[in-house]
Each structure stands twice: as C-alpha cells, then as structure tokens.
Design a protein around this ligand. Structure first.
Ligand code: SF4
Ligand code: FES
Length: 239
C-alpha cells in the first residue's frame, strides 16, 4: 500500500512560542481524502491534533484548509489527486488561530450576520408559495452554492488591510438576496453594503475567485452590488 507523508503545521497559542511542522506517515488506498488522513493521524499518532469538520461531503464548509499551497476542502481532496506523496496541511492563512488547523471564524460570521442573510418581505405573506420563473431562479444558481467555508475571506487583501471590510462571502450573500425576486428588503440591505466597509472596498483582485473550492465568483456579485448601489444613488431605482 502506498504511504503519504502528512506535513502538518501545528500551533497551540496557549502553550507554544512558535508554530512547527510535524510529519506523519499515512498508508492510503484509492479513496483516502486528506480529512481521512487527518483522522488516521489523530487515531494512530497524536490525539491532540485539532481540525474542524462536519458533513464530510463538501457541503458544510467546516474543513477548509490550505493544502499543498491551495485552499481546499479536506473532505473532497483525494490524496491520489495531489502532486507527490508529501502533503502539506496548514490552517487557512491570515486568520486568527484557535489551534493547529482550526481558525477562529468569529469575525467572519459576525460580518455575515451583519448583512441580514435571510429572505425578507414587507408585504403580507401570500396564502401559497411565492412562485419564481426559471429565469428568476437561474439568477440564484451561483451565489446559492456558497458553503461559508471562509476561503475567499482568508485570501482577500482588502480584508487583511481593512479589518472592518465585511468581505467577499458576506457580500456574495447580500447579492444572493438582492437578485432573489421574492426578497423585498432592498433599501434595508443596501445600507449594509453601500458604505466604506462594504462593496467599494473590493478592488477586484479576484483572489476570492481563485480560492473558492466551490468555483464561485464572489467578485462578480460584488461588482453587481456596486452598480446597483450607484444606480440607486443616482436614479433612486431599486432594481
Ligand atoms: S464564496 Fe466560495 S470561498 Fe467564499 S465562503 Fe462561499 S464557498 Fe467559501
Ligand atoms: S466536512 Fe463539510 S465541507 Fe468538508
């Protein structure tokens, strides 16, 4: 059976002065993912290794890490598909660290909540479901696939430089509701992205597009928000 060397960045802010890399040999068969490999390390070598996961199916976003120099979901990264048998696993960079591979996502989710990421309606709810045409539904195809993994936020230079910038994931979610034909909170949500910490902080560097493990395009959504905000300021149009 082939063996992969897991080269894992370790750091416990409560007990360590400096980060270090530990190496572990992990035998693997065809289907082993990086997340499976981390479980192997935890079970056979070091129970104190910390990492985050939940669904193991690329839908919860918990296991986003920096693997062989790229943002990836550990649960959908097959060891066989990585170049070579040395696999470097690090926490997402530029994020505060809880321990080892676990980032502190507090700011990320606070900013996400700030844009009020839910469907809002002012009219009375109709007696039956609110229909959408296929064209209206199609507008949601891209943004609705965001799994809130935080990779785009971690890689964004505007987030590094401007701590209050709400970042690409929160803005993509604002876009997701702005283009939803059922949502009626355009004025209310506009105030959350049409300001100095919102859409204008995006300088279209597009790191987020490259980093996103779901192949989404937060930059496209943010550009849409900028145009919508300017149109509303100039012409008072809400669409
Ligand atoms: S846009 Fe992509 S990278 Fe950003 S949080 Fe959503 S899934 Fe993750
Ligand atoms: S464990 Fe849920 S996305 Fe990987």
């Amino acid at each position: 059976m082939p063996v992969a060397t897991f080269h894992i960045k370790r750091f416990d802010p409560d007990n360590d002065d400096m980060p270090r890399y530990d190496e572990f040999s992990v035998p693997y068969e065809a289907s082993l993912t990086v997340l499976d490999g981390l479980f192997y390390v935890q079970e056979h070598f070091d129970g104190s290794l910390s990492f985050r996961y939940c669904c193991r199916a690329a839908v919860c976003g918990s296991c986003a890490m920096y693997i062989n120099g790229r943002y990836r979901l550990a649960c959908q990264t097959n060891v066989r598909h990585l170049d070579g048998d040395v696999i470097t696993v690090e926490a997402m960079p530029h994020m505060p660290l809880v321990k080892d591979l676990v980032c502190d996502m507090t700011d990320f989710f606070a900013k996400y909540e700030y844009i009020e990421p839910w469907l809002m309606r002012n009219s009375q709810d109709p007696a039956k479901e609110i229909g959408q045409t296929p064209e209206e539904r199609k507008k949601l195809d891209m943004p609705i696939d965001c799994i809130l993994c935080g990779a785009c936020y971690s890689t964004c230079p505007s987030v590094w430089g401007e701590g209050n910038y709400i970042g690409p994931a929160a803005l993509l979610k604002a876009y997701r509701f702005e283009v939803d034909s059922r949502d009626e909170a355009r004025k209310q949500r506009l105030a959350h992205f049409d300001n100095e910490h919102g859409a204008y902080r995006c300088h279209t560097i597009t790191n987020c597009v490259e980093a996103c493990p779901k192949e989404l395009n937060p930059t496209e959504g943010i550009q849409w928000l900028k145009r919508a905000a300017v149109r509303r300021r100039l012409f008072g149009r809400l669409k």
